[in-house]
Design a protein around this ligand. Structure first.
Ligand code: SAH
Ligand code: SF4
Length: 480
């Protein structure tokens, strides 16, 4: 979500005459897009701000803006920070170019957040929709770094400016032929630990025609893979007359767009609603990738209840069984939170058991981080000591790593089709890659990361790779 917002903001600023700079030192303005899901993410923003405060001593006119979830959560408290000039919540992002221009001119601090985020109006939704439709075409191409500061510079040659190659600190992560498209905003689930409903507002599904139109335009610009986004994207629904569109209908309609070859969607909530329909379209359409991100969060029914997640460990595993029966070869990824208030050793062992049964290709595992204002923070004490959280996360990571390793090994000597993203950021292997045969990275339709050597011209193209070595999270191969 944040990556998409960063891309939308970049695009809107570019149109307003700003351009990205290579370094903070050259920038008139620095924007930091933020995430509030865990405290650690917010701490990193504060450390960025500390650095910017230092730079501002010699460049007092430089404008610093904090946008996104942290802006909405902390509001005027954040504006009090010496380095900060603009605080702009997710709902005000469509106004960011005007806010930035005004702040550069008037040199005043500016707070732009929604007072009652759970009561967003129809007008606000329309503004967000127009912004998304206008800038979600070229801009929704995705980016690697999420809370990256973007450095903006007003470009005097407003209509002629170009983003210099070297200036693309963010753009460098741009992945050719791939785009994110938002299917829904916000969330109504109120999982006890989660800040999202309080900073992103209520769930709003975008009209299917706007989504399909956006995908068509992206396709006409060379996009081959679209990932539909939503906090609980599988519960997408939109009523038009007597018909209710589900995610399955969206995927089905998007599959009809010729140039689109792969469709993915994240993140799914474990629930019955539309589950079988979505699996059906995955099984039927060769374009809908066989990949499901279905976070369980815990394997203990007691903890799941306390988390306000509406399923049991058994019903969760039953969903996975159904997915694997309907879509052979489907890869599943998960999320876990360890150390939720009241989590005993037995509860944690239930989580380990669930992980063993779920056999995820990979899992994102987090230590519980109390978020002010959430149900868990208000009603429950953060009882699990830091060292116990640490021990549990290490144990669960270890269990998951072994499973990921086994699943990766199944690919040895097999051929896979990948959509090539570009240069591999890490130099994984000591293969002498010459400049015309560098180390590239791509992903399979089941979201496996594949590293191999090949010409840079493959970026944005499909390629066939034979896997010759594996690690838990990466497959290594040779171009066929
Ligand atoms: N909407 C998605 C995930 C949103 S947040 C879903 O429902 O699955 C991404 C992940 O961050 C969550 O799946 C959860 O594992 C983790 N997370 C959210 N709040 C957290 C908190 N307070 N502490 C630790 N991890 C958290
Ligand atoms: Fe947060 Fe739960 Fe909504 Fe996901 S479903 S965003 S975890 S409240």
């Amino acid at each position: 979500m944040n990556k998409l917002d960063t891309a939308l903001v970049n695009s809107a600023l570019k149109e307003a005459g700003f351009s990205l700079t290579a370094s903070v030192k050259d920038a008139d303005a620095v924007l930091i897009n933020t995430c509030s899901v865990r405290e650690h993410a917010e701490q990193r923003v504060f450390s960025h701000l500390g650095h910017l405060k230092h730079i501002k001593k010699s460049r007092p006119d430089m404008v610093v803006g904090v946008i996104g979830c942290m802006a909405q959560r902390l509001g005027d408290k954040l504006l009090e920070h010496d380095a900060v000039n603009i605080v702009c919540g997710p709902t005000q992002i469509p106004q960011i170019a005007d806010i930035l221009k005004e702040t550069l001119e008037k040199k005043q601090k500016r707070l732009a957040i929604t007072e009652k985020i759970r009561e967003t109006t129809e007008t606000q939704n329309q503004v967000l929709e127009e912004f998304e439709s206008a800038y979600g075409i070229e801009s929704s191409t995705n980016f690697h770094s999420s809370t990256t500061p973007s450095q903006c510079q007003r470009d005097k040659t407003r209509y002629h400016h170009k983003l210099r190659q070297s200036s693309l600190k963010i753009g460098a992560g741009k992945i050719p032929s791939q785009a994110f498209v938002r299917a829904m905003r916000g969330c109504n689930n109120f999982c006890a630990y989660c800040i999202v409903p309080y900073v992103r507002g209520p769930e709003v599904c975008r009209p299917p025609e706007a989504i399909i139109e956006q995908i068509k335009k992206l396709a006409s610009q060379g996009v081959k893979q679209v990932t539909l986004l939503g906090q609980t994207v599988n519960s997408y629904k939109y009523k038009i007359g007597n018909r209710t569109w589900s995610l399955a209908d969206l995927l089905d309609a998007a599959s009809d767009i010729d140039a689109i070859e792969w469709l993915k969607f994240v993140t799914s909530y474990p629930s019955e609603e539309f589950f079988d329909e979505i699996l059906q379209v995955m099984a039927d359409s060769p374009k809908v990738c066989n990949y499901l991100h279905l976070p369980a969060q815990s394997g203990s029914d007691k903890i799941l209840r306390a988390m306000n997640r509406h399923y049991s460990a058994a019903s969760y595993l039953e969903l996975l069984d159904r997915a694997r029966a309907a879509v052979p070869g489907i890869a599943v990824a998960g999320d876990f939170i360890v150390g939720f208030p009241g989590e005993t050793e037995d509860d944690f062992n239930d989580t380990v058991e669930l992980a063993k049964k779920a056999r995820y290709k990979n899992a994102f595992i987090f230590k519980y981080s109390p978020r002010p204002g959430t149900i868990a923070d208000k009603r429950l004490q953060d009882t699990v000591p830091a060292e116990v959280k640490q021990k549990r996360i290490a144990e669960l990571l270890d269990v998951q790593e072994k499973i990921s390793d086994q699943l990766s090994r199944d690919f040895l000597d097999k051929e896979v089709k990948v959509l090539v993203e570009g240069l591999s950021k890490k130099s994984h292997r000591n293969i002498a890659g010459s400049s015309d045969n560098p180390q590239l990275v791509g992903r399979t339709e089941t979201d496996y990361i594949v590293v191999f050597n090949g010409p840079m011209s493959l970026a944005g193209q499909f390629a066939k790779v034979k896997i010759i070595k594996t690690s838990p999270l990466t497959l290594f191969g040779e171009l066929i």
